[in-house]
Design a protein around this ligand. Structure first.
Ligand code: DGL
Length: 347
């Protein structure tokens, strides 16, 4: 055997056979990193424990993957904001792109996890798994759900079945897609629901099983890009109810917001005084999107409201908080209400 060949063989012999997938955990805070006054107390503070402490608490994840972590922020997700979203999206794109990680897991509070998941679903340009995970009980609670959720999230991240499925949330053994996922209960560990199609998969015994795919555009098929953005358009949400005051919508107009989403009654309907403000706002270049306060069902185009006449956009299958995210990103590309409506039909 030549010397060069002998050297090559000796180097190859040192490489680990079947190297584990490289998974990066990006921590943002939330209850999964929360600490309670006592294990039996429901009083706690989110975003207290660092990512390395969380990883050290679940050493079994090291059997699944080559895991490392980084702390982006440590906040309750009620304080999630555009600045963190932009930083997180850019970081995930870098981790999955030039830094070559095989998957990213994001620890996050559950209050706004559905929003962050959808924002990343539209702005991360990779088909590698991106899994958001949180918990409903703090890390110090009796039967804390965070450790098992984190283990399941890493198991989902290394599973070939989650590749190309868009950004997913992993909670309570379930995998939920970013467009449909919603926090449906204030305190229950089984709080997350997946819309009319339900959850798209589950994780059990360290194995992820994906049962269905989503057909809306996301990740590598998304035309939205925040790489060169340092801010996002201003879009507010107005809640509808009987005898609704027009003051909140007028306040967004006066503050020169770029768009306003209506969480309307029924099929995205306005109270008459609010309707008048909305018509004037649209005419002045502020894009109005009709969504609904109803927890299920679409907000339909040109149904009780003649959207074509007023140039309103119907949110279709997006609830108000997700309609806001799509409208924010749509306004980075166009002010054309028909083009924006196309986005709502496709994403
Ligand atoms: N402060 C809430 C949040 O960070 C707690 C809810 C949770 O993380 O489960 O979203």
């Amino acid at each position: 055997m030549s010397f060069a060949l002998a050297v090559a063989v000796s180097i190859l012999a040192t490489l680990p056979l079947g190297a584990k997938p490289r998974v990066r955990i990006v921590a943002t805070g939330g209850t999964i990193a929360g600490v309670s006054a006592s294990s039996s107390s429901s009083a706690y503070t989110a975003g207290q424990v660092t990512i390395q402490t969380l990883i050290d608490a679940v050493p079994q994840i090291l059997d699944l993957a080559d895991v490392s972590g980084e702390q982006l922020v440590n906040i309750g997700s009620q304080d999630m904001n555009d600045e963190v979203w932009l930083a997180l999206s850019k970081r995930v794109n870098a981790l999955l792109g030039k830094e070559g990680y095989d998957a990213v897991v994001i620890t996050h509070g559950t209050d706004t996890m559905e929003e962050t998941a959808y924002f990343l679903n539209l702005t991360v340009h990779s088909d590698k798994p991106v899994i958001l995970v949180g918990s409903m009980r703090p890390s110090t609670a009796i039967s804390a759900d965070g450790p098992a959720n984190l283990y399941n999230a890493v198991a989902a991240a290394v599973s070939p079945s989650t590749r190309g499925k868009g950004v997913l949330c992993c909670m309570n053994n379930q995998l939920l897609d970013a467009k449909s996922v919603i926090k449906a209960h204030t305190i229950d560990c089984d709080t997350f629901e997946g819309g009319p199609a339900g959850y798209i998969g589950y994780v059990y015994n360290g194995e992820a099983h994906v049962l269905q795919s989503v057909n809306s555009r996301h990740t590598v098929n998304s035309e939205f890009d925040v790489e060169n953005l340092t801010s996002l358009p201003k879009v507010g949400i107005v809640y509808g109810y009987a005898n609704c005051s027009p003051i909140p919508m007028q306040a967004f107009v006066d503050a020169k917001f770029d768009g306003i989403v209506l969480a309307g009654v029924g099929d995205g309907n306005f109270y008459k005084d609010v309707f008048e403000v909305a018509q004037r706002a649209q005419a002045d270049g502020i894009q109005i999107v009709r969504s609904s306060r109803c927890p299920t069902g679409p907000t339909c185009l040109n149904s009780e409201v003649d959207d074509a006449k007023y140039h309103f956009v119907a949110s279709l299958d997006l609830n108000p908080q997700k309609a806001r995210i799509l409208l924010m990103l749509a306004l980075t590309k166009t002010r054309d209400w028909q083009q924006i409506q196309r986005f709502f039909m496709e994403y």
